[in-house]
Design a binder for this molecule. Structure first.
Ligand SMILES: [Mg+2]
Length: 259
């Protein structure tokens, strides 16, 4: 779950009438016969759930994370109380089945009104490479904190989901859900540990300043923090939702010409 979920909730009332307007024939996503506005989500969902490139990127991210964590372990020695923070959704857990179901029912999943049901009864898959990386951290005595904006009221269900997937170090204390902003939960981890890595699919998984920034500011902040990506900030692809999802697109201005 992301802050964008809340932003979208705030604007949902205004947008819901637009969202229910059927698209003109031919505008619906490829291979989608629903004809509703939510068909626009199909391309991103197909990439996230079905492309081998997404799997390769996910494995690449965790491979890099393993390499970087190994460096940190060697640099700090045995006495250091090292910790990592990982986001859950679309970083460790693949929730695309819920999103696809909603899209196919012409239901806008970015209103997140079907999410709590999924937290209680859904069966997310593991993102490829996640478990091996977390087990590597566990085997090297690095504390793992699962910092996620999943709902506190469903914490028992999220704990059960993580335990069923046999992820390491899952506990009441290590799984820190929505309540205080992520920046406060991050500070809590840093209070007792040396935080050496964060993993996420959304920029505010890494620093609070991203949460308040618009897209242009986010791009500037990414440039400003360029040296951290691939080092102690490991980013995973998510083509299905985010602050960018309603952004205008830029097009080439040349007249349309077909050869
Ligand atoms: Mg996430």
């Amino acid at each position: 779950m992301t802050l964008s979920r809340y932003r979208n909730l705030a604007t949902f009332a205004a947008l819901s009438s637009l969202a229910s307007i059927p698209l003109v024939a031919g505008q619906a996503g490829a291979n989608d016969d629903s004809g509703c506005a939510q068909a626009e989500y199909a391309m991103g969902l197909r990439y996230q759930q079905q492309s081998a490139e997404a799997v390769a990127l996910q494995r690449q991210g965790f491979e890099l994370a393993t390499y970087r964590l190994e460096e940190q372990i060697e640099a700090h020695g045995d006495d250091a109380d090292l910790a990592i923070i990982t986001d859950l959704d679309e970083t460790v857990l693949d929730n695309s089945a819920l999103l696809v179901r909603d899209m196919q029912a012409c239901h806008d999943f970015t209103t997140w009104d079907t999410w709590k049901h999924w937290e209680r009864e859904g069966d997310p898959r593991l993102i490829p490479g996640a478990k091996d990386f977390l087990e590597f951290a566990d085997e090297h005595d690095v504390a793992i904190y699962y910092v996620s904006d999943r709902y506190q009221e469903n914490k028992a269900d999220t704990l059960a989901t993580l335990e069923a997937l046999e992820l390491p170090q899952v506990s009441e204390d290590s799984v820190m859900l929505l309540g205080p902003p992520k920046s406060e939960r991050r500070a809590e981890v840093e209070d007792g540990h040396t935080l050496v890595m964060q993993l996420g699919d959304t920029l505010h998984d890494f620093a609070g300043e991203f949460a308040e920034a618009d897209l242009e500011e986010q791009r500037t902040l990414v440039d400003d923090n360029a040296e951290r990506f691939g080092k102690d900030w490991i980013v995973f692809p998510n083509a299905t939702y985010g602050d960018w999802s309603e952004a205008d697109l830029n097009a080439w201005e040349a007249p349309h010409e077909v050869d």
